[in-house]
Design a protein. Sequence first.
Length: 398
Amino acid sequence: MVETPWLTIIGLGEDGPEGLSAASRDALMQAKVVMGPPRHLALLGETGAEQVEWPVPFADGLPLLLSLRGQRVVVLASGDPFCFGAGNVIVARLDRHEWRALPAPSTFSLAAAQLGWRLEETLCLGLHAAPLTRLRPHLASGARAIVLLRDGQAPHDLAAWLCAQGFGETRMAVMEALGGPRQRITEATAQNLNDDFTHPLCVALEVAGNGSALPRSSGIDDNLFETDGQITKRPIRALTLSALEPRAGLRLWDIGGGSGSIAVEWLLAHPTTQAVAIEPRADRAATIRHNADRLGVDRLQIIQGHAPEALTGLPHPDAVFIGGGLSDGLLEHLTTLLPKGTRLVANAVTLESEALLASAQARLGGALLRIELARAAPLGSKRGWKASYPVVQWTVVL
């Protein structure tokens, strides 16, 4: 007979105990201790177990929970504890046999059911503990999203932000206390949202307006980045990202970050990519952070310093881009330090840096690509081709 784990995580909806499954009710009857935020305990009402409020900040409750190991304990969470909830944080310190989860419908499921939306075609985001800019890569006319927000003021903040991005015509459905007796749904455009709201809530969005949508291809418009001129320009950036091959879960080192355009586009490629930008100048490091924030990527670590010294102690990357500070010493350090299978891409403009890449390619293999671009420009009363400096790109898998 399989022994019941000592910890049960129960998803609780706004309908309180009436919405619980038979298994959840049985777990509550057997529990010696029930832990949860004050709102959840109030929804549950009286039980035969000792009730313990989960403290704030949330992390302070984990040692308290672990001190109860061996007793029958129930932890209350909202809806589905593993859908932008606390479930994964709680079980991270436990062995798999110590816990079980009994979820209720998530807020996203309840919202989609109210609207008649296909959930698999709807963006679902938890913005209750994240910046609104995380929505930026997904803003495009016709897109649908359901987002969790932190408090009653947050829908107004979201509406103002959408207007500032050029999407003030977005339809917003602010949904309070979904699934419970206090449920209320308020619909308005972002530019006309005026009501007062209370937590818990989510907002469903049907995006509309003339704001600019971020393309999904590599090489987004240079004008989307703030820069002092130190930027890998759009065509070269597209070829560089193609050479770096961003994929789910991979980490990039962007050495000589400049404006951060390579690192930011790497992060835009997939929501689980990570990046570290190494930039010696403080003003440019600040620009990188600004560009990452405004384009909605927050998985970027910025190191102000010179490579290779600034690389000490960093988690190993899956790919490395050298856009500045190329030297024999840096290449030697990287080829010695990086694990086998790391993809390395370096761009060179000067004759001296071209020579370094040619020599490295002769020793280590890989591919050299010479990129020559020209743009149409005025030439007297007519037009002609104005050439950019050629770029030599070396790509190698170590």
